[in-house]
Design a protein around this ligand. Structure first.
Ligand SMILES: [Zn+2]
Length: 105
């Protein structure tokens, strides 16, 4: 993916439309690309400015806070995913154990 692909995801990032993998990848790129970093920030300022004019949309965090929120959401989603994997592995083990012990499900 190049800068243009990442920039196409900026609005989805602000709207929490990206999954944690896409979010991590995008944030990693932005951290290492000064052009995208500057664009992301100015796009956020512009979008939140426009949306503030809409009376239905009330709360808009500052850019730095928004990035922090996105990062913590990403971390939370990742943790949930890990728990899901562990639980399904556990369920599989229990099922395998039952089958090995001769029980029918
Ligand atoms: Zn870039």
């Amino acid at each position: 993916m190049d800068c243009r692909d990442y920039r196409a995801q900026f609005i989805d990032l602000f709207d929490d439309e990206l999954d944690f993998r896409q979010t991590e990848k995008l944030l990693r790129h932005v951290a290492n690309c000064s052009a995208c970093s500057a664009d992301l920030k100015s796009m956020y300022v512009m979008i939140s400015g426009i949306r503030k004019l809409d009376k239905k949309a009330s709360y808009f965090p500052e850019y730095e806070d928004k990035i922090k929120l996105i990062k913590s959401r990403c971390k939370r989603e990742k943790a949930v995913r890990v728990i899901q994997i562990v639980l399904s592995a556990f369920a599989f083990l229990i099922l395998a154990l039952f089958i090995l012990m001769g029980f029918t499900v």
